[in-house]
Design a binder for this molecule. Structure first.
Ligand SMILES: [Zn+2]
Ligand SMILES: [Zn+2]
Length: 110
């Protein structure tokens, strides 16, 4: 079961699925990625239990693209020289030049 709550950061205030940062033991908003303060240990355990964990690779976020189908802003998955949204699994129909750039940057980062 996915745990949801309202983000307390005033610029965001979205009803979000928060993520636990295991490195810092902080809980961050799944939309703005800012810390949500005053999270109880009970909630943190719940996040851990439902694997709502912030991905450790910070660099990967640099490749995030907004999906035109579901509006999710995430790092796409490259397959057959196309980029697929990891949220809705649709072909993001990115221009080929962008796909090449993505693959090149990704290869460098790894
Ligand atoms: Zn937020
Ligand atoms: Zn999508």
């Amino acid at each position: 079961m996915t745990f949801s709550m309202q983000c307390l950061n005033k610029d965001c205030r979205k009803f979000t699925t928060p993520l636990l940062d295991e490195e810092t033991d902080q809980v961050v908003c799944g939309d703005c990625f800012k810390e949500i303060p005053n999270i109880t240990i009970h909630v943190k355990n719940q996040l851990r239990g439902s694997r709502q964990i912030k991905k450790k690779t910070k660099a990967a976020k640099a490749f995030a693209i907004q999906c035109k189908w579901c509006q999710s802003n995430d790092v796409p998955e490259a397959k057959n020289n196309k980029l697929y949204c990891t949220n809705c699994q649709k072909d993001m129909e990115c221009p080929q030049a962008f796909v090449n750039l993505f693959n090149m940057k990704k290869a460098k980062a790894l």
